[in-house]
Design a protein around this ligand. Structure first.
Ligand SMILES: [Zn+2]
Length: 307
């Protein structure tokens, strides 16, 4: 494949699961989309399309939600991470309710769906958001930063003041394979002490040991244990990849964060988009050969590496 062309999924593929917060069953379908369409969520029950763009983000409390009017889709970050991490530029993400199914709490089931669908190359060249100047947000000891780099890398330091999650860092340079191998399987996590509080607020109704790591004061309650020793930091990297996907195109830049979350990540995305001098949008000619591209757009972005 020529890696400078936009990609979509080759055919429709579906899965069914429950929403983490609503506890309701939902069916999700990935469907092909045209070049430059981007990722669009489609509320099939309402017939409303919601483009996956930062300006349509309405809620970042526990997950990232996008909405057009009253039509909302919640918990978009894991499927966004999977599509972005697998180098899918354009896709319709159809869902028959207000929440993306949580499945196993990671991005791995969505990566499997992309494999099941296959990848189709489109005739248009890809667009990249190339970071030219660092943009940073700070709030006490929380930091989120995007700076120039010749690759797309994500680094996260998680620190929850908990014996199992103290100063845990993970850094990855993203390519198709590194996302799938090192990030996709990392599951979401929560603290036992927060679950009762969340359920009293009507949240996490679908939460269980099947779709989240649950941690009490000292230990992990899941009988199977962790998938990676640093699964918590890896999942925060996964969330950040999903949040940065709302920039609307692959990023050429280095993201690093300490103790940030969806709200801060989306605020950073908003700031980058608002500061025109912080970045350029580069469209790669679909006919160009890889070596001439290499001088302008680096190779290490999902779907961008030279085979
Ligand atoms: Zn997450």
């Amino acid at each position: 494949m020529a890696h400078w062309k936009q990609r979509t999924v080759a055919k429709r593929v579906s899965c069914t699961g429950i929403g983490l917060h609503s506890g309701r069953p939902a069916t999700l379908t990935l469907a092909p989309a045209a070049a430059d369409a981007g990722i669009t969520f489609v509320r099939m029950d309402l017939g409303i399309e919601i483009p996956a763009r930062n300006e349509l983000v309405v809620d970042t409390m526990l997950s990232t939600s996008v909405a057009v009017g009253k039509a909302r889709v919640s918990t978009v970050e894991h499927v966004m991470a999977a599509l972005h991490g697998m180098g899918i530029d354009n896709c319709r993400v159809e869902v028959d309710g207000p929440e993306i199914p949580i499945l196993d709490g990671s991005a791995a089931p969505f990566v499997c769906l992309v494999h099941e669908a296959g990848v189709k190359e489109l005739s248009a060249g890809r667009r990249y958001l190339v970071v030219d100047r660092a943009v940073e947000l700070r709030d006490g000891d929380k930091v989120a930063r995007l700076e120039p780099s010749d690759a797309f890398s994500v680094e996260f330091t998680a620190d929850f003041g908990h014996p199992l999650i103290t100063n845990q860092s993970f850094r990855v340079t993203l390519t198709d394979r590194s996302f799938e191998r090192e990030i996709a399987r990392a599951r979401t996590f929560c603290f036992l002490r927060d679950i009762e509080r969340m359920q009293a607020m009507g949240l996490a109704r679908g939460g269980s040991l099947e779709n989240a790591i649950v941690v009490d004061d000292f230990s992990i309650l899941n009988p199977e244990g962790l998938r990676f020793p640093d699964e918590f930091a890896r999942h925060k990297v996964l969330d950040a990849v999903g949040d940065l996907a709302l920039l609307g195109m692959p990023v050429v830049g280095a993201f690093s964060a300490t103790k940030s979350g969806h709200a801060m990540n989306q605020a950073l995305v908003k700031k980058v988009l608002a500061e025109a001098s912080s970045h350029r949008v580069v469209r790669v000619s679909a006919e160009a050969d890889a070596p001439s591209i290499h001088a302008r757009v680096p190779v290490a972005v999902p779907g961008g590496q030279i085979a």
